[in-house]
Design a protein around this ligand. Structure first.
Ligand SMILES: [Zn+2]
Ligand SMILES: [Zn+2]
Length: 322
């Protein structure tokens, strides 16, 4: 038995060689042997290799010590299937030098369902895409005038504190204190879990077939634990947000009060700041607003005429067109 390593870790094993079967087309004799019966033992008609088929398990006839020399040649003159070793056709005597090989019988596979369903789904998706474009994406131009600028600013305040944090042991930062850890699943790994096997009949084209068993390893996922730790550490921590809002192009950031303590726990400092920049526009009838990036917001002056785009259906202003 040959064992072959296949790509993907699959393992192939030969379960032996067997005779293909064929039915005589001249005298109706059935289940003749592909290798042994080159002619019909009943009426003498030559074997038609196109009539070969795989036997049922009950009809299998083993070929011991099979020497495979290649798929049969097909005589170009009379069409008879001849052993790959033959130089001349046993039927008509023609030389077989230029002869092609016989067509192999395909193993029975479960028919793949290529129904029209896929096409209906594709057609449906195209219709939906067109509808979405028509209802929601289509745009038209509109003339607007800038009527004002608004802003809303937030200034964060941070305090130096001792805080509790959690993370994996190999990610604990320097300066961590009072570490306490427990096991917790961190990742998964594949572990072997048996194999899936299937047996197939392979036509060798010389009146025999080989039964080949292919086994593919199966895996399952298994959790991998690691130490998950809780610890104390000193951090600048966000404790407050100071908000302000106003009109015009100048943003007045909220003032940061002086820190009550200079160093150590309780010291305070300015943290991150963020703002939204709102542009007010009008088309003469309807007022509209857009939240923009700071640079874009600053670009526009009060009273400036602007060309922008709106959704063709809803009339909603497309702020990215500014
Ligand atoms: Zn016959
Ligand atoms: Zn011939």
């Amino acid at each position: 038995m040959d064992k072959l390593d296949q790509p993907g870790g699959a393992r192939q094993e030969s379960l032996g060689h067997y005779e293909m079967l064929w039915d005589c087309g001249h005298c109706e004799t059935k289940k003749l042997l592909g290798k042994t019966h080159r002619h019909c033992p009943h009426c003498g008609a030559p074997q038609d290799e196109r009539a070969r088929y795989f036997p049922s398990d009950a009809d299998k006839v083993r070929v011991e010590d099979h020497q495979f020399t290649g798929a049969d040649k097909k005589c170009a003159s009379c069409g008879a299937a001849q052993s790959a070793k033959a130089d001349h056709c046993g039927q008509c005597g023609a030389p077989l030098g230029e002869a092609g090989r016989v067509k192999l019988v395909e193993p029975a596979r479960p028919a793949r369902k290529t129904s029209n369903l896929l096409w209906y789904v594709l057609f449906g998706l195209v219709v939906v895409a067109v509808l979405v474009w028509f209802m929601c994406i289509r745009k038209r131009d509109i003339a607007l005038e800038v009527t004002g600028h608004r802003w809303a600013a937030v200034q964060e305040l941070e305090e130096f504190r001792e805080v509790t944090e959690e993370t994996w042991r190999d990610e604990v930062p320097p300066g961590a204190r009072a570490l306490s850890c427990h096991k917790k699943q961190r990742s998964t790994r594949s572990v072997p879990d048996g194999e899936d096997c299937k047996t197939e009949k392979v036509d060798k084209g010389d009146g025999t077939f080989e039964e080949v068993r292919t086994c593919t390893p199966r895996t399952r996922q298994e959790g991998v634990d690691d130490d998950f730790c809780r610890f104390l550490i000193d951090r600048w921590t966000k404790v407050e947000e100071l908000a302000a809002k106003g009109q015009g192009l100048e943003v007045a950031w909220p003032a940061v009060p002086p820190s009550p303590i200079q160093d150590g726990y309780g010291a305070r400092r300015a943290g991150k700041r963020r703002a939204t920049y709102t542009l007010e526009l009008s088309d003469g009838k309807q007022a509209r607003t857009c939240d923009l990036a700071e640079a874009t917001w600053k670009k526009y002056q009060p009273g400036q005429k602007v060309k922008a785009q709106v959704r063709a259906r809803s009339g909603e202003l497309v702020c990215s067109s500014l």
